[in-house]
Write a protein that binds this ligand. Structure first.
Ligand code: PMP
Length: 366
């Protein structure tokens, strides 16, 4: 029985990459040392990080005036690092309140004495829609924070909010490399690797170079300028995670790049959304125009039935479908490495479940 992992993160990685890691683990490129045992100052690792950056630049068409930085600390540390590095002139940022991770970002910015204005919120719809900017953006903001894909609520921006001359800072943790965005539309993008790129422990930062270097006396580990100068090797970087992410980037190139992935991701998402929309048992509450390609929350009429759905799915090799604890129900995440066959298997299972539970109607209209 094939096994499919629908986890929201850490999440499925390409099987060929896992196989390559396994094959190379005892001796990396004939060195008789594992990648885990190699110095970050070695020539071998230097090539790994150089290639990873070059491949990411190619895949995302990153302009030359943007720096690519490899951090630790997850997406969460960037909630702190972004205001410390970029909110220097006004100590004041705008934020689109699109759900849990946006509000975590607001909290962390406030902790480092940055004033946060909520420029739009979809709290009134329980975040089943995306917030829109409800006024022209004031120019006394250092930047506007947007969460391009809301992992828990299952929404994603296709059209970006227009912020004029105020830079947009994007938390792209859950749809990094999963759909096409134009890097030049952002002042900064950051993403934890553990969803669409590789293992946990690595966070990518892509930042326009004129925005960095203005903050004084930052802790070294939070200093974008220092990391840019030291090629992300100010201290020991997460060698293993960078290596694995580098392999995923090479895999992405062989698959045809982000455009091909985005097309596949649209196909995968449509399979499940089309099923849910015609179902009388299962329901996805998100406004169709705002739906994520990566994370799909859905429910039946009762938590008890949801538990049965999840248990039956697990027996059928469809793993990690339990919804986020804030929302309950189910959530299917399908990042780039999830094959279309996995989504088809999920839809087939849900259809069978529904057929065997006839008479249980959804209490929410589709
Ligand atoms: N932002 C988003 C959109 C996320 O989905 C997550 C993690 N689920 C985070 C930030 C936090 O990431 P981390 O756990 O890497 O700190």
């Amino acid at each position: 029985m094939p096994i499919y992992n629908f986890s929201a993160g850490p999440a499925v990685m390409p099987q060929s990459v896992i196989a390559q890691i396994q094959a190379e683990l005892p001796s990396f490129q004939g060195s008789h040392m594992s990648i885990m045992e190699l110095s970050h100052r070695s020539q071998l690792f230097d090539q790994v990080i150089t290639d990873a950056e070059a491949d990411l630049r190619t895949l995302m068409q990153i302009p030359d005036n943007y720096r690519v930085l490899f951090f630790q600390g997850g997406g969460t540390l960037q909630f702190t690092a972004a205001p410390l590095n970029l909110a220097i002139q006004h100590h004041h940022i705008g934020l689109l309140d699109s759900g849990h991770w946006a509000s975590r970002a607001a909290d962390e910015a406030t902790r480092v004495h940055t004033k946060v204005d909520i420029l739009g919120s979809s709290a009134a719809t329980h975040f089943t829609t995306l917030p829109t900017l409800n006024q022209p953006v004031a120019t006394d903001l250092d930047y506007v924070h947007v969460t391009t894909n809301n992992t828990i609520e299952g929404t994603a921006y296709t059209t970006l909010p227009v912020t004029g001359t105020v830079p947009l800072v994007a938390d792209m943790s859950s749809n990094f490399l999963g759909q096409i965005y134009n890097v030049a539309d952002f002042g900064m993008i950051f993403a934890g690797a553990q969803k669409n790129l590789g293992p946990a422990g690595l966070t990518l930062v892509i930042v326009r170079d004129d925005l960095i270097g203005h903050a004084k006396h930052l802790p070294s580990m939070l200093d974008y300028q220092l990391f840019a100068t030291k090629r992300s090797m100010f201290n020991t970087p997460p060698v293993m995670a960078i290596y694995a992410a580098g392999l995923v980037l090479k895999w992405l190139k062989t698959q045809g790049g982000v455009a091909v992935m985005a097309q596949r991701n649209r196909q995968k998402a449509a399979l499940l959304y089309d099923f849910l929309d015609q179902s009388t048992l299962f329901n996805n509450p998100v406004a169709p125009a705002d739906r994520s390609l990566m994370n799909v929350p859905f429910k039946t009429v009762s938590p008890a039935l949801d538990t049965q759905v999840i248990a039956g799915a697990t027996q059928n090799g469809l793993l990690n479908l339990k919804g986020h604890r804030l929302l309950g129900g189910m959530r299917a995440s399908f990042y780039n490495a999830m094959p279309i066959a996995g989504v088809q298997a999920l839809v087939d299972y849900l259809a069978t479940f529904e057929a065997t539970h006839k008479g249980v109607q959804s209490n929410v209209s589709n």
